[in-house]
Ligand binder design. Structure first.
Ligand code: GDP
Length: 482
C-alpha cells in the first residue's frame, strides 16, 4: 500500500504519553505531525518516565522565568550566595558548537535537571530559540536575555568559578555549610576538561553540587552514560529507562521538535522525494578531514558497505539489464544522502543511472543541500542541518559516519541502530576494510568519559563497570548505553 500517510491506525500523536497534552498544535506542527511521517513508531516510554516528565513540567512552570521563585533565585545570584533551602534550583545549558553537539548537550543537561529536580534553562544563543519548539507547557525553557551573569557564554576551562578550578583552589570543600557555598558553579564538561572538572561524575561531588542553586553547564558531549555511573542516580535511571538503549531516543523525542519553518523544509522534501518509495535509506557522509571531501576510497567504502550489508542493491555491468518491468511496478528505494559536499551524492546517483540494479529495483538518490562547510550562527544553515537530521531520522535504514554527533541525533530520533562507516585514517590509501559495522544500539557515544574510580580514588576503565555501559565501537575509549 503506497497511500500516504501510511499509518493504518490513527497515529499515536502523544507517543504513548511521552508528550504532554495541552501544547499549542499550530505553533509547533512537527510535534503532532511527526508520527504520520514515521514508519517506525519507536519504543514505548515507561510509566515512570511519563510520570516523572509530568512532574518535571510542573517544576518548570513553578520555577521558570517570570515566576516569584525565579526572581528570588536571580536576586540570590546577584547577592553571590546560595540560599539555604531555595524553592527552586537551576541548570543552565550553554549552547555551542555544531547542532548535533548542541542537541546532545541539551538532552544531557535535561536528564541531569530531571534527576536533580532543577529547572532546565537553555541558553538562547546559536539560534536555539529559532530551531526548536518550546518543550514544556505553560512556560519557557529559554534563559532570559537579561540573565545577570552576562559573560556566561565565554566561560571556559580557565574560569575561576568552574567546579574544577574551585576544587583545585580549595574554594569549595565537601564539608562547607550550604550557606557558605557560592550562588553558582560553572560545570566545564567540555571535551577538553580536566580531572577535577570530571569529578562531576562522582557521588560526593554531586552531594556538594546539590546545594549550589545555579549550575551553568557547558558540554559538547552526550554525558548520559556518565550519569548512569553515579550511584545516587542509578536506581532512578533504571526505573525511568528499563530499556537503557532507548534513553536518548525518549529524551530526544520529548525535547526536540523543529519549528514550523524547519518542519516545512522536512515535510516538503519528504513528500516530494521520499514518501512514495517502498524503502527509505539514509546515508550520512561526514568528512572530518577536508582531504576526504572527494576521495575514491571513501566512495568505495560507502558502496562496499551498502552492498555487503544488502542495504542497497548492487549494480550490473554497463549494458546489462535486469528483467524488464512495467514502469512503476518494481520495488523502489529512495536514498537520502546528507553531506556538506555534493561529490559522493553525484557519484552514487550517477552509478544508479548508468547501471541497472541486479534485483531490478529502482533506486533514486537525493541530497537536499551541500553547504560546503560548517558555518556558525547562520540561521538558514542551521535550519537546513536540523531539517536534514530530521529527514535522516525518518528513514527506515541508516548508514552514518562514525564519530559524528549529527548522525547520533538522527539514529536516536529515528529509533534505528545504524550501519556505521569507520572513520577514515588521515593517510587513506584504500577503502577501510571492513567498511562499516552494525552498531549495537541507537544510543549516542559519550566521547570523553571519566576513567576514574571515585571511591578508591584511582584510575578505572569505566567501560567495564556496568553491563549496560560499554565502550563504543566508533570511539573506542567512549561509553555508550546498550
Ligand atoms: P559533528 O561535527 O559531525 O559531530 O556534528 P555537528 O552537528 O555537531 O556539527 C557539524 C555541523 O556541520 C552541523 O551542525 C552542520 O552545521 C554542518 N553539517 C555537517 N554535516 C552536514 C550535512 O550533512 N548537512 C548539513 N546541512 N549540514 C551539515
Amino acid at each position: 500500500d503506497r497511500s500516504f500517510p501510511y499509518a493504518t491506525s490513527p497515529p499515536d500523536k502523544l507517543l504513548g504519553g511521552l508528550l504532554p497534552d495541552g501544547l499549542d498544535e499550530r505553533s509547533c506542527r512537527s510535534r503532532y505531525e511527526s508520527s504520520m511521517y514515521r514508519r517506525n513508531p519507536g519504543r514505548r516510554p515507561s510509566p515512570l518516565l511519563i510520570a516523572k516528565l509530568r512532574k518535571h513540567e510542573e517544576l518548570q512552570r513553578r520555577c521558570g522565568p517570570n515566576t516569584n521563585a525565579y526572581n528570588l533565585a536571580i536576586e540570590q545570584l546577584r547577592a553571590g550566595k546560595s540560599a539555604g533551602s531555595p524553592e527552586c534550583k537551576y541548570v543552565v545549558s550553554i549552547s555551542y558548537r555544531g547542532l548535533g553537539n548542541r542537541i546532545l548537550a541539551a538532552a544531557s543537561a535535561f536528564l541531569y535537571a530531571v534527576l536533580t529536580e532543577r529547572a532546565l534553562l537553555v541558553d538562547p544563543s546559536n539560534k536555539m530559540d529559532e530551531l526548536f519548539c518550546e518543550p514544556f507547557p505553560g512556560t519557557t525553557w529559554l534563559l532570559p536575555r537579561d540573565f545577570p551573569l552576562a559573560s556566561y557564554t565565554n566561560f571556559s576551562i580557565d574560569t575561576a568559578e568552574s567546579y574544577g578550578n574551585m576544587l583545585r583552589n580549595k574554594v569549595l570543600s565537601a564539608d562547607a555549610p550550604p550557606a557558605e557555598l557560592p550562588a553558582f558553579a560553572y560545570l566545564h564538561l567540555d571535551h577538553d576538561y580536566g580531572h577535577e572538572d570530571k569529578m562531576f561524575f562522582c557521588d560526593d561531588d554531586q552531594r556538594l553540587l546539590s546545594n549550589v542553586q545555579w549550575l551553568l553547564m557547558r558540554t559538547d558531549l552526550y554525558t548520559v552514560p556518565g550519569l548512569f555511573l553515579i550511584t545516587a542516580f542509578q536506581e532512578e535511571l533504571d526505573a525511568l529507562f528499563p530499556e537503557r538503549d532507548a534513553a536518548f531516543h525518549h529524551l530526544a523525542r520529548y525535547l526536540f521538535y523543529p519549528t514550523n519553518h524547519v518542519w516545512g523544509l522536512v515535510t516538503r522534501y519528504y513528500r516530494a522525494y521520499l514518501a512514495r518509495a517502498d524503502l527509505r535509506v539514509g546515508i550520512q557522509v561526514r568528512n572530518f578531514d577536508p582531504r576526504h571531501a572527494q576521495s575514491p576510497h571513501v566512495l568505495r567504502q560507502i558502496t562496499s558497505c551498502v552492498w555487503r550489508e544488502k542495504v542497497l542493491p548492487e549494480v550490473l555491468a554497463t549494458g546489462e539489464h535486469a528483467a524488464p518491468a512495467t514502469p512503476g511496478a518494481a520495488r523502489s528505494t529512495a536514498v537520502l544522502m546528507t553531506s556538506l559536499r555534493p561529490w559522493y551524492y553525484e557519484r552514487i546517483k550517477g552509478m544508479y543511472w548508468d547501471h541497472a540494479t541486479a534485483t531490478g529495483e529502482d533506486v533514486s538518490v537525493h541530497q537536499p543541500s551541500h553547504e560546503g562547510q560548517q558555518q556558525f550562527g547562520k540561521r538558514s544553515h542551521d535550519g537546513r542541518a536540523w531539517a536534514e537530521m530530521y529527514l535522516l531520522s525518518l528513514c527506515d535504514v541508516l548508514v552514518t559516519s562514525g564519530w559524528s554527533t549529527f548522525g547520533y541525533v538522527a539514529q536516536g530520533l529515528g529509533g534505528v541502530a545504524p550501519w556505521v562507516l569507520h572513520k577514515q585514517p588521515a593517510n587513506l590509501t584504500a577503502a577501510p576494510d571492513p567498511p562499516c559495522f552494525r552498531d549495537v544500539s541507537m544510543e549516542p557515544c559519550f566521547h570523553a568519559p571519566h576513567v576514574y574510580d571515585c571511591k578508591m580514588k584511582r584510575g578505572l576503565d569505566t567501560g567495564e563497570v556496568l553491563p549496560h555501559v560499554r565502550h563504543c565501537q566508533d570511539v573506542s575509549w567512549g561509553l555508550k548505553l546498550v
